[in-house]
Design a protein around this ligand. Structure first.
Ligand SMILES: Nc1ncnc2c1ncn2[C@@H]1O[C@H](COP(=O)(O)OP(=O)(O)OP(=O)(O)O)[C@@H](O)[C@H]1O
Ligand SMILES: [Mg+2]
Length: 233
């Protein structure tokens, strides 16, 4: 098992009111697997992804990375796994507008102390792989949404993570670009055995994954025709 969560609970207090968002989540993903997480807006998908990605601490429950329980108070351990083993892709790309395409992709390498030349070589390889070589020197604002998301994916896999978390990666894209981005995910999963955890509202995309989880009312259930029909999502 690559990543496993056991009885995760998480709530938030805003002012006087407290909401319990995750009420006992169990989740697991094997290396090389592709998982979709579906669920209504506000059901806690991003919260769950943040906890699985070690960005947020659960109130209770455990997360296991390669069968080793994570200590959410050990920021050094968490950030090591987060930086070296995990990649993240978001709905709104989160690219650096003041940098060009190649520089954006190289950034994780430079932050890890990789010599600039090596980082550039790796960045150029990735751009080639994504068929974006001719965009290398362009600024982000000159790219289409689909191209931006591909750049974000290239950046996310720069350090060869074992798992890629994507939070509504096609939420801001037209149908055609969404298709291309999903195709890219599937290819990377095939070529690199990259494990995928994709939050999406799009059932067609979810169905391309190996398994679908549904998050509803604080609990995660595995997809079946019945659970999906009942959820109305
Ligand atoms: N830091 C926070 N402080 C207070 N409330 C929060 C915080 N983060 C999330 N929430 C609340 O927790 C609930 C779940 O939020 P979350 O963003 O995880 O939902 P989501 O399923 O990703 O929704 P969407 O599909 O709209 O992205 C929401 O009610 C949200 O307002
Ligand atoms: Mg969300």
């Amino acid at each position: 098992m690559l990543l496993r969560a056991h009885q995760i609970k998480k709530g938030f207090s805003n002012g006087k009111k407290r909401i319990e968002v995750l009420k006992g989540i169990n989740f697991e993903v094997n290396k090389g697997e592709k998982i979709a997480i579906l669920g209504p807006s506000g059901s806690g998908k991003t919260t769950l992804l943040n906890i699985l990605g070690t960005l947020e601490r659960p109130d209770s429950g455990e997360v296991f990375w390669e069968e080793k329980v994570l200590n959410f108070r050990d920021e050094r351990e968490l950030s090591f796994i987060r930086r070296k083993k995990m990649g993240f892709v978001f709905q709104f790309y989160h690219l650096m507008p003041e940098l060009n395409v190649l520089e954006n992709i190289m950034l994780p390498g430079l932050m890890e102390g990789l010599p600039r030349k090596e980082a550039q070589k790796r960045g150029e390889e990735l751009l080639k792989r994504l068929k974006l070589s001719e965009k290398a020197w362009q600024r982000i604002y000159t790219l289409s949404g689909g191209e931006r998301q591909k750049v974000a994916i290239a950046r996310a896999i720069f350090l060869s993570p074992k798992i890629l978390f994507a939070d509504e990666p096609t939420g801001n894209l037209d149908a055609e670009s969404a298709k291309e981005v999903v195709q890219l995910f599937l290819e990377l999963n095939q070529e690199l055995s990259l494990t995928l955890v994709v939050v999406t509202h799009n059932l067609e995309i979810a169905k391309k994954m190996d398994r679908i989880y549904l998050l509803k009312e604080g609990f995660l259930v595995e997809y079946s025709e019945t659970s999906l029909r009942e959820s109305g999502d």
